[in-house]
Design a protein around this ligand. Structure first.
Ligand SMILES: Cc1ncc(COP(=O)(O)O)c(C=O)c1O
Length: 410
């Protein structure tokens, strides 16, 4: 039942995550809240410690050894990200504080050009970050927000999506992977369709990035954004990748040091990408930590990682089918990493509480997707989300704990 994954040393992987070794309420920690944030391997913790103990200095502006070394590590991280996501030009990699800030940068750029009559197309499965930001950009500009429907199983209704694309559509913004349901969207095909009518395409990659294999050049989108903390890296750092041709003449996002070319008391001119979108002192330790996370992830066999994650989800789904009163929420054919569910007769928050008492960490609630919960007619869900370090035994532990929770709630 819980056979080892061939050429995939799960024990060796788990040994690299100190936080996973602890007990919660007398039970071994079973961390199944990876869609909220992933845990950090020693290599990431060490890279951040090394920066602070070996070369803490500000980047780009110092005239001394520490500043040179900090700048070298910081800019090397940009190369690491560019290679990881298949970006052709390192200056298209913009550091942000996370996915949310990346979406706001794009909304600031596009938003200033949106006009009444223009349309922005999102989907019913958006995280609030990729919904509220566009909703507000539309309100400010007089543009209309269109919402592509999903099927009841959580898959995007691609026929309706296509029908909603018109010559008024200026931007399509959609998630690579839904955080609440795990649905994987066919982003390459949808991007091609959107481009055919002249729209720009923004992909919210917050959940897509951690499963590997993202190639922005192959997808063909105009922007792809993600957060470091969902990719084994630190919080407070993320990436906006955007096509240079689009980004380079956009209005700037924030003003201040680093992003300028010439300044007088009367006026200023802006620098080139990426600096023009990176005002002020960046999260240097975060950037270095994120690069360490990518280096760590790159050392794994990607096919084995994806097979392992697929197996965890399939195994949980199989177990759920034999579990009375459990309803899976989100059953799209193409799905990854997320197991959202309801237990008949109980509120997700109570389920989460009783699992926590048994050492199992899941998330409950609307998952920052209130309109999606309304669309599905559910109060929220309980969500177990898997990562590379989870095991089939942990899926067993989840169902044993659920059985106990069900008895207690009965
Ligand atoms: C699909 C999706 N988009 C956007 C975000 C926002 O990410 P962050 O809070 O790291 O900016 C999240 C976070 O859960 C997410 O899952």
């Amino acid at each position: 039942m819980t056979a080892a994954i061939s050429h995939f040393d799960i024990d060796a992987i788990r040994a690299q995550f100190p936080i996973l070794q602890q007990q919660i309420e007398g039970n071994p920690l079973v961390y199944l809240d990876n869609a909220a944030t992933t845990q950090k391997p020693k290599a990431v913790i060490q890279a951040i410690t090394d920066y602070y103990t070996q070369c803490n200095a500000n980047v780009h502006r110092g005239a001394h050894h520490l500043a040179d070394e900090a700048t070298r590590r910081f800019e090397q991280a940009r190369d690491t990200v560019a290679a990881f996501i298949g970006a052709r030009d390192r200056s298209e990699v913009i550091w942000t504080s996370g996915t949310t800030e990346a979406i706001n940068i794009v909304a600031n750029g596009i938003g200033q050009r949106l006009q009444p009559g223009d349309e922005v197309l999102v989907t019913e499965m958006e995280h609030h970050a990729n919904l509220v930001t566009w909703q507000q950009a539309c309100k400010r500009s007089g543009a209309s927000l269109k919402v592509a429907p999903i099927h009841d199983n959580g898959a995007l209704n691609t026929t309706a999506f296509t029908r909603l694309l018109t010559d008024k559509t200026k931007l399509v913004a959609l998630p690579h992977v839904s955080n609440a349901l795990g649905t994987v969207n066919p982003i390459k095909t949808l991007t091609a369709e959107a481009h055919a009518i002249g729209a720009l395409v923004f992909i919210d990659g917050a959940q897509g990035i951690a499963h590997g294999g993202v190639d922005v050049s192959d997808i063909g989108c105009d922007f792809y954004a993600f957060s470091g903390h969902k990719l084994f890296g630190p919080t407070g750092v993320g990436v906006l990748w955007g096509k240079k041709a689009v980004l380079q003449d956009w209005p700037v996002w924030q003003t201040g040091g680093e992003m300028i070319a010439q300044v007088t008391y009367q006026s200023s001119t802006w620098g080139e990408l990426p600096n023009r979108l990176e005002a002020g002192t960046p999260n240097i330790a975060g950037v270095i930590g994120l690069a360490a996370a990518i280096d760590w992830f790159n050392r794994l066999d990607l096919t084995a990682v994806q097979t392992h994650e697929r197996r965890l989800l399939d195994y949980a789904t199989e177990q759920a089918h034999g579990f009375d009163g459990l309803q899976i929420v989100g059953t799209a054919a193409d799905k990854i990493g997320v197991f959202s569910f309801l237990l008949e007769g109980s509120h997700p928050a109570d389920v989460g509480f009783l699992l926590d008492k048994q050492g199992i960490a899941i998330r409950t609630g609307s998952h920052c997707a209130q309109p999606l919960m309304q669309r599905l007619g559910v109060p929220g869900t309980a969500r177990a989300s898997f990562s590379v370090y989870n095991t089939l035994q942990e899926v067993d532990a989840l169902f044993i704990a659920l059985k106990k929770a069900r008895q207690m709630l009965a």
